[in-house]
Design a protein around this ligand. Sequence first.
Ligand code: CTP
Length: 419
Amino acid sequence: MAERITLLEEKRIVLGVTGSIAAYKAADLASKLVQAGAYVDVIMTEAAQRFVSALTFQAVTGRPVYTDMWRTGMDGSLPTHIAHIGLAEGAHLLVIAPATAHHMAKLAAGMADDLLCVTALGVRCPIIIAPAMDGDMYEHPATAENMRRLKDMGAILVEPEIGRMASGMVGRGRLPEVLSLLGTIRQVLGREWGPLTERHIVVTAGGTREALDPVRFVSNRSSGKQGYAVAQAAVDAGASVTLITTTTGLPIPAGVRPVYVESAQEMHEAVLEALEEADALIMAAAVADFRPAEIAEQKIKKTAKTLSVELVRTTDILASVGKRRAETGMPHVIVGFAAETQDLVRNARFKLEKKGVDFIIANDITAEGAGFGGDTNVVTILSADGSVVSLPQQTKIAVAEAIIQRIAARLMTVPRRGE
Ligand code: CTP
């Protein structure tokens, strides 16, 4: 599903397309970027036009496509390479996808014989290069050397994927899927423009699983969607993100380091370890409050008519981090969630104070459009300074952005590590 992406709104992206069969994927990328809210100017090399027509890109971007460095305007205006120096000047990002071995060689050598090369020499914004070619070409020392030079010059090289190529051979050289490219674009733009650059944020997500025996566990209805949205919003804001997650089946956003856990205890250990270097913790996970007192070594057989399981309390991770902060001052910001079915604000306020956190994101999981599984949420944000803000029903992505904005505002006055 195409979505608006706050970070991409009104960003000017120049998309350079070179002559690879993967050029058709670039049309999809252009389309997704436009739907996300970006302005996309496409430059196609001559070889690229043999695979996909300029009209395709014109149709998806709704803008002219640049193909010829020497063409003058209909009115006899300046040739494209001069008139569109503006392309380079106004760009927030140059993405070259797919990038052929040939074009990377030209770029690495600083050549300027086509519009894409001229533009690459002119931009001051970040450059993402996504190579696509046959496996042998990708592994050739000449290509490797050119990529190393491009990296040394500051370009961000996207590693191609392993898979079947147009030649029918299997190897490394496939252009990554469009959503993965989009993820890299978000990461790079976030770092360039976001308020959380050089910050490290730890997010937890999903419902923990407390084992009963080797095949069964006790868990809850958490889908992990809200936590994953928070992780993505933190990447969009420029942070490096550790996502401590149970199995949710959701894709890990580009730029996020996942740590997979099962139980509350494993999550607790992972949180403590990740917090060593973190500025903020957001506990979006639905952590089990109780776990079976004992885990049966063998599968429990249905020999008896009834089965009673004794449950014991797990450690409250949020409260333990709050307590630790009271002693060490770290992490700077702690955010918890409160899933309630009654007395929302009163219960949430109690949790905020008892656990020693800065914000509680309270949601009435019985409300329409809120809670587990869905794509929307209805939350009230309580802050340790006493403020209570009720947000209208909105997407979990928008809720995530509201949380990240508050964290960014808090961290504004806190020096970064090493500052
Ligand atoms: N939490 C935690 N460790 C636990 C239980 C909860 O860190 N063992 C965190 C959750 O991730 C959430 C917050 O505490 O950010 C509140 O969770 P919630 O289930 O709403 O509240 P509880 O403290 O478990 O209280 P209760 O279940 O009695 O409402």
